[in-house]
Design a protein around this ligand. Structure first.
Ligand code: GUN
Length: 275
């Protein structure tokens, strides 16, 4: 088994971005919008702002209380969309339940959509055309590329079908010529399908869901999950200790996909500013 070191990979990407940003006369500027006080979201936003500081990207942070209205949120996003100083806008998800996330996200124009969540960018991905790709699935592809994993003709299985990770992940793997199966909560024979995976990407948000009997010998396993186990310790969607001796490559949690998501956000922010 070999560990995929996402932390190191992300650090080297951030260093490259920093070099590029230093040479730019007009620095990229990312506006990050957080609604409410979800502790996990607060940590993610803090890490995103910190990555901006490290790479020389200007950041503006906006926090709305949970008591804010949909109108206030959309107004803020519209202001940021029209602000020439701001080159990228990120709305941290999930929003508190009372908000309409889809309507809010529509206020972010595709040129400033550094998450790649807009219909235009998702459409580009479906058509295998250039566009902004969601940070987490893009980070997974970078890790696989860096490890020299050839996806052509491989059975790739994606566990999870979220708009933010599972769906774009499946499309990226398909565009890389893998044979892709997407599994979800209604999937029948989940174990058998997973056991057939040469590459297994797990993004369901359930602690240690993937057990040894679900993994093929020599498989490449990518764990997107960030959960807490019964002792409050951070863990992924994969039962790492049970699976590690069967696989050829595996991402740890923490230190796997997580840092790559943020590095790809910096990359997307830089790319959006250049355009
Ligand atoms: N919440 C969890 N992951 C993400 C992400 O990649 N982007 C945004 N905007 N919110 C998230």
């Amino acid at each position: 088994m070999k560990l995929i070191d996402g932390k190191a990979c992300a650090a080297s990407i951030r260093a490259q971005i920093k070099e590029t940003v230093e040479k730019l006369e007009e620095k990229p500027a990312l506006a990050v919008v957080l609604v409410g006080t979800d502790p996990a979201s607060q940590i993610y936003v803090r890490n995103k702002i910190r990555a901006c500081e490290e790479t020389g990207i200007i950041s503006y942070s906006y926090t709305l209380p949970e008591t804010a209205t949909q109108e206030q949120l959309e107004e803020l996003l519209e202001t940021l969309a029209n602000d020439d100083k701001v080159t990228g806008v990120l709305l941290q998800l999930p929003l508190p339940k009372k908000f309409n996330a889809e309507a809010a996200m529509k206020k972010i124009p595709p040129q400033k959509d550094v998450d790649g969540f807009s219909a235009e960018h998702l459409g580009n991905l479906v058509l295998n055309k250039p566009g902004t790709v969601a940070c987490t699935p893009l980070g997974v592809m970078k890790l696989l590329e860096r490890e020299g994993v050839d996806l052509t003709g491989k059975n790739a299985v994606v566990l999870g079908r979220s708009d933010t990770v599972g769906k774009p992940m499946a499309l990226l793997l398909l565009n890389a010529n893998a044979t892709v199966t997407v599994c979800h909560s209604k999937t029948v024979n989940l174990k058998e399908i997973c056991r057939n995976a040469d590459v297994l990407v797990v993004a369901i948000g359930r602690a240690k869901f993937v057990t040894a009997d679900m993994v093929k010998d020599g498989a490449v396993v990518v764990d997107v999950g960030i959960n807490r186990d019964e002792n409050g310790k951070m863990c992924g969607d994969v039962d790492f200790d049970a699976v590690k001796d069967k696989v050829s490559l595996i991402t740890p949690v923490p230190g796997g996909v997580g840092p790559m998501t943020i590095a790809m956000l910096m990359q997307n922010t830089l790319d959006a500013a250049k355009k």
